[in-house]
Ligand binder design. Structure first.
Ligand code: UD1
Length: 430
């Protein structure tokens, strides 16, 4: 398994290009199952999770053509043509679903277009139990018959799904995506109340509209979808990744550097910008994206609570905690989305961080210096947070088990090294 070695203490300076959003791409790709025509997605990031989704779609019968390569510096990232002219198989097997929870997003489209789907239950993961009961209840309300057997969700519908009023008891990003896709081909109107409002949902809704779907209320908590008989092909560019943007903004801040993040937009991450500004970092818009400047400031402790969008994202909690370990004063971080998302805490403590966890809250008391150590990455965002801590720490940090990182960050060590970081990947033998 690969490891990442960092010798910390260099303020980052330069520019970093931000790619297309992983979480948007992972919901846009299964949308191709809703039509027999070609869906072309540009600004696609080059990530392991994208390959896993491509493999899953291929075994449903989707043919794909990939053009461009962002690793060669193409400004538009990669472009993927997906064509589900015929769906040859409606089973999403355990071996693929267990690798990536977003696989559950084939359920709604398969059911809506083909009347049946058999999808392995995703199960829990390092950050929590993560049930999918809201997805299943919504599809049942739309007329699907759903049974669970041998770890699989078996879903059927006679004819088309029927429009329904879905009220989610709690905001669910995946649940909103599955229901929205299913509703585009349902008979009649579907209303999704308490819908998630994340930029990735807006991206999905806009892509579906480009494919001929009728959706109102995009970007609000209530989506109204008038089902149509068929969708058609479209071309769509994936929104910039707000979590990658936020992660590199923290890289600039934690090293007290000055970095321009290009190809991204401030408005996608207002809550993160607010927290960084409160802690003393200056963020300004530039022609190419935004500039994060922390070379002449004192970072001060700031309280954070994760919430559904537009609140502070759970996917940025670990990175902000890394920054807060180096701040003046104390911060309180509260995680409200997942029950077990502090796996990075003991690893940061091995680097000298002072953190106390009480239930869903963590008190972080800033220290003058972190010190390099051997640490273990446990999930995607924990992995990047340990790299961020390593960039600030004195001496050498070795982040082990970095395969999670490649699921969500493209060429991370190259992007950081180009801004002066002393970072390298050590290839493992397995
Ligand atoms: C969540 C995050 C998303 C993030 C992703 C990966 C939120 C609201 N969602 O999306 O921003 O990118 O993780 O880290 O911040 N739940 C149920 N039953 C369900 C579905 C969800 O109880 O059927 C609960 C979950 O356990 C969780 C909450 O609802 O506590 C939100 O889950 P959901 O938004 O669906 O999770 P993801 O789509 O994975």
């Amino acid at each position: 398994m690969d490891r990442i070695r960092i010798v910390g203490g260099v303020p980052l300076r330069g520019a970093i290009a931000i790619g297309g959003a992983k979480n948007a791409a992972l919901t846009l790709m299964p949308a191709c199952l809703l039509t027999d025509q070609t869906l072309t997605l540009s600004n696609l990031p080059h990530l392991v999770d994208i390959t896993t989704m491509a493999n899953l779609l291929a075994q449903h019968g989707v043919s794909m053509a990939l053009n461009g390569d962002s690793s060669q510096g193409s400004p538009t990232g990669r472009t993927l043509e997906l064509s589900a002219a015929t769906i040859t198989n409606t089973t999403a097997p355990y071996d693929l679903v267990r690798k990536m929870r977003a696989s559950i997003l084939v359920l709604g489209p398969l059911l809506a277009r083909h009347g049946q789907a058999r999808v392995s239950l995703p199960g829990g993961c390092a950050i929590g139990t993560r049930p999918v009961d809201f997805h299943l209840k919504a599809l049942e309300q739309m007329g699907a018959k759903i049974e669970l057997d041998e770890g699989y969700i078996n879903a059927h519908v006679k004819g088309r799904l029927k429009g329904a009023k879905i009220i989610f008891p709690q905001v669910t990003v995946g649940g909103t995506e599955n229901t929205l896709m299913a509703a585009t081909l349902a008979e009649g109107e579907t209303v999704i109340a308490n819908a998630a409002q994340e930029p990735e949902i807006i991206d999905l809704a806009q892509c579906l509209v480009a494919m001929g779907a009728k959706i109102q209320g995009i970007g609000s908590g209530t989506l109204r979808i008038e089902g149509v008989e068929a969708l058609h092909g479209a071309q769509y560019s994936v929104v910039p990744d707000r979590i990658e943007t936020g992660s590199y903004a923290v890289a600039a801040a934690i090293t007290r550097g000055d970095v321009e993040l290009t190809g991204t937009r401030m408005e996608l991450m207002a809550s993160v910008v607010k927290v960084l500004a409160e802690s003393g970092v200056t963020i300004t818009e530039t022609e190419r994206g935004l500039r994060v400047k922390a070379d002449e400031c004192d970072i001060v402790g700031t309280d954070i609570m994760t919430e559904p969008y537009p609140g502070f994202p759970t996917d940025m909690q670990a990175q902000l905690m890394a920054l807060m370990t180096t701040a003046h004063g104390a911060s309180m971080i509260t995680e409200t989305i997942f029950e077990n998302r502090y796996m990075h805490v003991p690893e940061m403590m091995r680097m000298g961080a002072r953190i106390t966890v009480h239930g869903s809250s963590a008190i972080v008391r800033g220290v003058p210096n972190l010190s390099g150590a051997q640490v273990m990455a446990t999930d995607l965002r924990a992995s990047i947070s340990l790299i961020l801590a390593g960039l600030a720490a004195q001496g050498e940090t070795m982040v082990n088990r970095v395969y999670h990182l490649d699921r969500g960050y493209e060429r991370v060590e190259e992007k950081l090294a180009a801004c002066g970081a002393r970072i390298e990947r050590l290839k493992g033998s397995d």
